[in-house]
Design a protein around this ligand. Structure first.
Ligand SMILES: NC(=O)C1=CN([C@@H]2O[C@H](COP(=O)(O)OP(=O)(O)OC[C@H]3O[C@@H](n4cnc5c(N)ncnc54)[C@H](OP(=O)(O)O)[C@@H]3O)[C@@H](O)[C@H]2O)C=CC1
Ligand SMILES: O=C(O)CCC(=O)C(=O)O
Length: 445
């Protein structure tokens, strides 16, 4: 262990300005045909590990999840039939604090997907410097095929199945795709039946039920703060001077669109799972949100032109914001992107092959583990408020979020400048150093 420690410490101190791009590019090229989300995530991590020169045993420790839970959930549907669903909770690393990460309800959820997302959470909480580790959970289900009552039953069954490995000081879930404050309320209620009143077991709850002001908008708001910092540091102007294209118009995409719009940015195209809409003059985002809230479909909004949803990533713009599913920017389509910046509000939207092409094309990518870190940051604020039984004003939450996004950007920008490596690798370097330091200081025995 002494040898391991010595070489790790050496790696931590190593600040040489390595111009590793050719080697890194080669390694990524080697991985081009790697399949699976977790292998994609690990490819990015390995590139940063190469910078840090960590020994193999430590690399394995950092890459491997600490616990993977697979459960089968059985519910009786409204029609009396029984149906089973696979659910997962992967706890990747808790060296810096309790495991933390969202719950996704989606038909494509599988163990490998959740494993990848759990790992991203470890690096995200470290980049944001909040005292949590990383986890993720999900149920393989198309929630649009279930009634509200069935969804509630499914959520309660999930809590019953995983209650022994979660808790306010163990593992704290939160919303992700197709889960929201309503799902978090059921989760909190079911857990409290077993363990007593426990609002801190889950974040992203409604404000009236121990949630935090600002959490619902936090990931989108954080994305806008992140974009502001990127543009400022690149000497590329302000939010107001730019055009935006956003894939995904759910919690994250719609809030990001709203806030870009409020700050004078021109959101010229958006999409969801069913369609896309564009308007070169800029979409009226508040009207679009009203149209959807009233039951309208995104692509039937009359103040824009419906376009094929497959074309959303190639619409010419300054800033492209993927805010939906993972693995959408690939080596097949990265050549066709027509933007200057990709701001990754979604988790894992770019594959290593796609990323390499964007680098070659000089398109700057602001990585997911920083860009969408506003959500978990305000989840941390919610958890703190729950532990203190206290409520902060929204203004205070937003100011603290702004500070967290600004400080996190500064830390990854400084590594980017020192080492002359891409922002994604810089973010992983910052995160790996913080997680490794925690492991070393806690000890391995
Ligand atoms: N919620 C949060 O706080 C955080 C979320 N994220 C990440 O942000 C991303 C979006 O999450 P969130 O907004 O919460 O999820 P939501 O479920 O609220 O919204 C997802 C959006 O993506 C759209 N979508 C789904 N599939 C596709 C597709 N194949 N092509 C285009 N659009 C599609 C959905 O369309 P439709 O409505 O038609 O189904 C919806 O508009 C995810 O990657 C998530 O992991 C990251 C950090 C925190
Ligand atoms: O708010 C949280 O705890 C986690 C949100 C999440 O799942 C994510 O950041 O990907």
């Amino acid at each position: 262990m002494a040898t391991l420690l010595r070489s790790v410490t050496k790696g931590l101190r190593s600040q040489s300005a390595l111009s590793c791009l050719p080697a890194a590019a080669w390694q990524i090229a080697q991985q081009r045909f790697a399949s699976g989300h977790s292998e994609n995530t690990n490819t990015f991590i390995r590139e940063a590990l190469q910078e840090l020169e960590y020994p193999d045993k430590l690399q394995r420790l950092l890459l491997t999840p600490q616990r993977e839970v697979l459960v089968e959930l059985i519910i009786t549907k409204d029609n009396g039939e029984i149906e089973t669903f696979n659910a997962y909770r992967v706890q990747h690393d808790d060296s810096r604090g309790p495991y933390k990460g969202g719950l996704r309800y989606h038909p494509q959820v599988d163990l490998d997907d959740v494993r990848s997302l759990a790992s991203l959470m470890t690096w995200k909480t470290a980049v944001m410097d909040i005292p949590f580790g990383g986890a993720k959970g999900g149920i393989r289900v198309d929630p649009s095929l279930l009634s509200e009552r069935e969804l509630e039953k499914l959520t309660r069954k999930l809590v019953q199945a995983i209650k022994d490995v979660i808790g306010p000081h163990e593992d704290i879930p939160a919303p992700d795709m197709n889960t929201d404050g309503r799902v978090m309320s059921w989760f909190f209620d079911e857990y409290s039946k077993f363990e007593g009143f426990s609002p801190g077991v889950v974040t992203g709850k409604p404000v009236h039920l121990h949630g935090s002001h600002g959490r619902e908008a936090a990931t989108g708001r954080g994305t806008v703060f992140a974009t502001r910092e990127l543009l400022k540091h690149m000497g590329a102007g302000s939010i107001a001077q730019k055009t935006y294209v956003i894939q995904g118009f759910g919690n994250v995409g719609a809030w990001a669109a709203q806030l870009f719009h409020e700050q004078g940015g021109r959101v010229i195209a958006v999409s969801d799972a069913f369609g896309a809409i564009s308007n070169d003059k800029g979409l009226d985002i508040p009207s679009l949100r009203k149209h959807i809230a009233a039951g309208g479909q995104l692509h039937t909004f009359t103040e824009g032109t419906a376009i094929p949803k497959e074309t959303i990533l190639t619409v010419p713009c300054d800033v492209l914001v993927p805010a939906a599913i993972g693995g959408v920017i690939t080596e097949e389509n990265a050549h066709q992107l027509d933007c200057k910046f990709v701001v990754e509000a979604a988790n894992g939207p770019t594959t290593p092959g796609g990323d390499l092409i964007l680098r070659e094309r000089d398109i700057t990518v602001l990585p997911d583990i920083y860009t969408n870190g506003g959500g978990v940051t305000v989840s941390f604020f919610e958890w703190v408020q729950n532990l203190q039984n206290f409520r902060w004003e929204e203004d205070e939450v937003n100011k603290r979020l702004d500070r967290a996004m600004t400080e996190a950007f500064a830390s990854l920008w400084s590594v980017h400048k020192d080492k002359r490596i891409p922002l994604r690798t810089s973010a992983f370097v910052v995160a790996l150093q913080r997680v490794t330091r925690a492991h070393i200081h806690r000890g391995f025995d």
